[in-house]
Design a binder for this molecule. Structure first.
Ligand SMILES: Cc1ncc(COP(=O)(O)O)c(C=O)c1O
Length: 416
């Protein structure tokens, strides 16, 4: 595949600065002969050591040497210690074909990852295919690079390949550059794509020659049956760019994620990354890397599976409360991820109701219109996050929602 043909006009000629491109080996920075870089002198750093206590009682000691790494500049793809932990983890979890031809780039979370992908690949006017209802940051981002967004509707199994084909056919007056998709526990619908569905979509990517960006923060949050593979697992042609994050596993405050893709793509992404933020915070990278070392790869995966069981209990609590209060008023499916996606029956739009009736009574939920390209359009959907609920909050919350819907229905069809 000709990787160069996918880059945006603006990124085609981007290259790393002299200093960054010659920083091959971090170790060489420490020799007395490094008279090139404007590195702060570690002898003057105010911190020397750190200790973190894990929730299993273990203690992480961050040594003086690591504190020096944490407080120093690093390479644009991340501190070598973390990159060398993530590469085998992607290989083990997702078994992508030709992993040796791919690279991992540590980013400041998925949003930052998605941003550098958009800048690197999208030329104004390029077509980008997205789920009909999706993570709103993506609309803002794609608008900012003047992409032509094409929404593709789905069914209970996620994006429909036949509608994607239709959309691709209709977009023949421009370049169909990429598809953005959330494969597991979608935001907002909670749907996990089956492997068959992924295969159908992937084969369209090969046929119509576009890239797939899979943004997968909810990979571990699958509850009833697990689809452990992803688009990257199917990617024989090197057209998948995978975006991972530690936000839902270690914590959103570490602001760390990682992109896995073919090496020529990652090298170009790295330039964009260096341009915007030099690299993700080495401080966070050191702590995350030490945490991964302490847990071990298996331990980290186990921790996520244990947390998934706890999230499943919260999901089931939300489902029970929905059955109690919303039966006959809403429809929903058992979701993966963090969100229950409610369809309010007999109402065309719930935006006013959510703002005027729910917010005013202290119930904060997201009206479905927020997930559309044009958020002024009507939507009967509501996104409820169950990641932090208690029995009391979800019970009272759904009671308020039921009352609000009933009031709205009465207003729409007052009794004669
Ligand atoms: C689909 C999707 N992508 C990206 C993000 C943001 O992730 P991060 O915290 O890694 O930037 C979220 C967070 O809610 C999300 O749902």
């Amino acid at each position: 595949m000709n990787h160069d043909s996918y880059f945006s006009d603006s990124s085609t000629h981007n290259k790393l600065s002299f200093l960054i491109s010659t920083r091959q080996e971090i170790e060489t920075w420490k020799t007395g002969r490094n008279l090139a870089s404007g590195l702060p002198n570690p002898d003057f750093f105010p911190l020397t050591e750190a200790t973190f206590t894990l929730n299993n009682g273990k203690v992480l000691d961050i040594s003086k040497d690591l504190i020096e790494v944490a407080l120093q500049y690093t390479l644009p793809d991340g501190i070598p210690q973390l990159v060398s932990q993530l590469t085998p983890m992607v290989a083990e979890l997702l078994a992508p074909p030709h992993m040796e031809e791919r690279m991992v780039l540590v980013t400041a979370g998925s949003n930052a990852g998605n941003y550098i992908i958009a800048k690197t690949f999208i030329t104004p006017g390029d077509y980008v295919f997205i789920p009909e209802m999706t993570y709103p940051q993506i609309h803002i981002l794609l608008r900012s690079v003047n992409a032509r967004m094409v929404p593709v509707a789905g069914d209970q199994d996620g994006m429909r390949p036949d509608l994607l084909r239709e959309a691709l056919e209709k977009s023949s007056d421009g370049r169909s550059k990429l598809l953005y998709i959330i494969p597991h526990g979608d935001n907002p619908t909670g749907i996990t794509l089956s492997e068959d569905r992924m295969r159908e979509i992937y084969s369209l990517a090969c046929e119509y020659d576009f890239l797939i960006v899979e943004d997968d923060p909810y990979y571990f949050l699958q509850y009833d049956k697990q689809v452990r593979s992803s688009f990257l697992s199917l990617d024989t042609e090197g057209r998948v760019i995978r975006v991972d994050t530690f936000s839902k596993t270690i914590g959103a405050g570490v602001r760390l994620g990682y992109i896995t893709a073919d090496q020529p793509f990652v090298k170009k992404l790295m330039i964009q990354h260096a341009l915007i933020m030099s690299h993700a915070s080495p401080f966070s990278q050191v702590v995350t890397s030490e945490l991964l070392s302490s847990l071990g790869r298996e331990g980290y995966i186990e921790m996520n599976k244990n947390n998934a069981m706890k999230y499943k209990q919260l999901r089931d609590m939300a489902l029970q409360a929905a059955t109690k209060h919303l039966t006959g008023l809403c429809e929903w499916r058992k979701p993966d991820g963090m969100f229950l996606w409610l369809k309010v029956l007999r109402l065309e739009d719930v935006t006013e109701m959510v703002i005027q009736r729910c917010f005013k009574r202290g119930l904060f939920i997201v009206p479905g219109c927020e997930f559309l390209i044009d958020s002024t359009q009507p939507s009967p959907y509501i996104r409820v996050s169950f990641s932090m609920i208690s029995q009391d909050s979800v019970d009272k919350g759904f009671q308020i929602l039921a009352e609000a819907i009933q009031e709205e229905l009465k207003k729409a069809a007052p009794e004669i």
